[in-house]
Structures are given as structure tokens and as C-alpha cells.
Design a protein around this ligand. Structure first.
Ligand code: SAH
Length: 221
């Protein structure tokens, strides 16, 4: 029995309901909704089947090491702000469960994802391999450094609350490229989209408040 055999009609039905809920909550991008409908979120929550049904409620979940898989609405919202086009090179900071990376892969992106927690990195690499997400390349490292070797990126997504905009990530963004991140602004965490207009000229849009685990420096072995 492969992991994918554990994605039943019941789960697919629950995903349809989740997608309807996300549309009701204001997600309008049909490609994002279609991607969410394809990714078996319950298989990203670990081995415990208790999570089967809960996986399709619009809530965040603990995934071990004090980390969480983002709420489906947040994943959809960040994906929508990124406006992914097929074949785009996307850098993700904070692989976590791998769920957001899988959604980006379903949108046709080539995903480079960095995780600072060794155990999460190992576990998620197995999951993404078993599910056949070949478009996702995983890296164990500190996201503040980015991935110089594969830069520049069309899009960058940070899935942990950043204390400031990481300088190196700005420099690894393509001209015209965009970065979506939860950013600490005046004691609150706000969703922000930064567009690189010129070599040294950036535009910043600020959106709604959001809850995330913190983006931390260094690696955890
Ligand atoms: N995208 C994930 C969300 C996981 S929560 C998902 O879909 O499940 C955020 C993740 O960011 C955690 O796994 C945390 O360990 C990781 N993280 C925090 N700071 C980081 C950093 N500097 N570099 C890489 N990963 C980081």
C-alpha cells in the first residue's frame, strides 16, 4: 500500500468542501482553489489517522518540533498573492510539513524549499518523495541566507513570521519578481508583498494580519 492509496473518496469529498469554504472566505483564484483540491493535506500531518477528518477543517496543526502546518486559508491566501505562473522558480522559506510546497508545485512552480529543522526536513523529504512531488527540491539550512546558487527567483514565499525583511532574499529576487511574507510591523504580524521594480527599487503592499510561528536564525540538528 502506497501513501497515495490513503487518499480516499471520502478525503476528496472533504477537500471539495474545504475549497468551497475557502471560496466563501474570499479566495478567488481558481487555479489556487484547484491546487488545494488536489493536495491530500491529511497525508502531510504525520502518521496519526486521528487527523484524517480534522485535516480538512480550516485550522493550523502541530507537526512536531514546536512547528505547525499553516491554516488552509493562509496557504491559499499566500499562494494567491504570489500569482504563480507555470515553470516559475519559487523559493520557499520554512518547508515544515511540505503542504505549501505541494500546493505551489500543483500550480506548476519549480519549488526550492528551505527548512532549518533537521527532523522536519528528513520527515518531509520522505513524504514529498512518496507523494511524487518531483518539482519540489528541499534544502536543510537557514532561510535568512536564501539559496544563492539557484537565484534569482521569480517568487519568494516566507511561511514564518519575519522580524525584518531578509536582505539576502531581496537580492535573490528577479527584477519584477515578488516576495510574500508575514512581517512584524509595530508589534503585529501583517501579510506583505514586495515587488522588485528596479535593481534597488522595491514596492511594498501591506495586507491583513496573520498568525505564524517565528522565523528564526540558524539551523537545528
Ligand atoms: N510551509 C509550512 C509551514 C510550516 S511553519 C507548511 O506548509 O507546513 C514554518 C516553518 O518555518 C517551520 O517548520 C520552521 O521550522 C521554519 N523556519 C523558521 N525559521 C526558518 C529559517 N530561518 N529558515 C528555514 N526555515 C525556517
Amino acid at each position: 500500500m502506497t501513501l497515495l492509496d490513503k487518499d480516499t473518496y471520502r478525503h476528496k469529498g472533504l477537500r471539495k468542501e474545504l475549497v468551497a469554504l475557502l471560496a466563501k472566505k474570499g479566495i478567488t483564484d481558481r487555479k489556487v482553489l484547484a491546487a488545494i483540491e488536489r493536495v491530500p493535506r491529511h497525508l502531510f500531518l504525520g502518521d496519526d489517522n486521528i487527523f484524517d477528518v480534522k485535516a480538512y477543517e480550516d485550522i493550523a496543526f502541530p507537526i512536531g518540533e514546536g512547528q505547525t502546518i499553516s491554516q488552509p486559508y493562509t496557504v491559499a491566501y499566500q499562494s494567491q498573492l504570489l500569482e504563480i505562473l507555470p515553470k516559475e522558480q519559487v523559493l520557499e522559506i520554512g518547508t515544515g510539513s511540505g503542504y505549501q510546497a505541494a500546493v505551489l508545485a500543483e500550480l506548476g512552480a519549480k519549488v526550492y524549499s528551505i527548512e532549518r529543522h533537521r527532523k522536519l526536513y528528513d520527515k518531509t523529504r520522505t513524504t514529498l518523495n512518496e507523494l511524487g512531488y518531483k518539482a519540489v527540491k528541499m534544502f536543510f539550512g537557514d532561510g535568512f541566507e536564501g539559496l544563492e546558487t539557484f537565484a534569482p527567483f521569480d517568487k519568494i514565499i516566507i511561511t514564518a513570521a519575519a522580524p525584518h525583511v531578509p536582505e539576502k532574499l531581496l537580492s535573490q529576487l528577479m527584477l519584477g519578481g515578488q516576495m510574500v511574507l508575514p512581517l512584524e510591523i509595530d508589534g503585529a504580524t501583517k501579510m506583505v508583498r514586495i515587488t522588485r521594480l528596479e535593481e534597488k527599487e522595491f514596492d511594498q503592499e501591506i495586507f491583513a494580519e496573520a498568525a505564524f510561528v517565528p522565523m528564526l536564525k540558524g539551523k537545528v540538528f
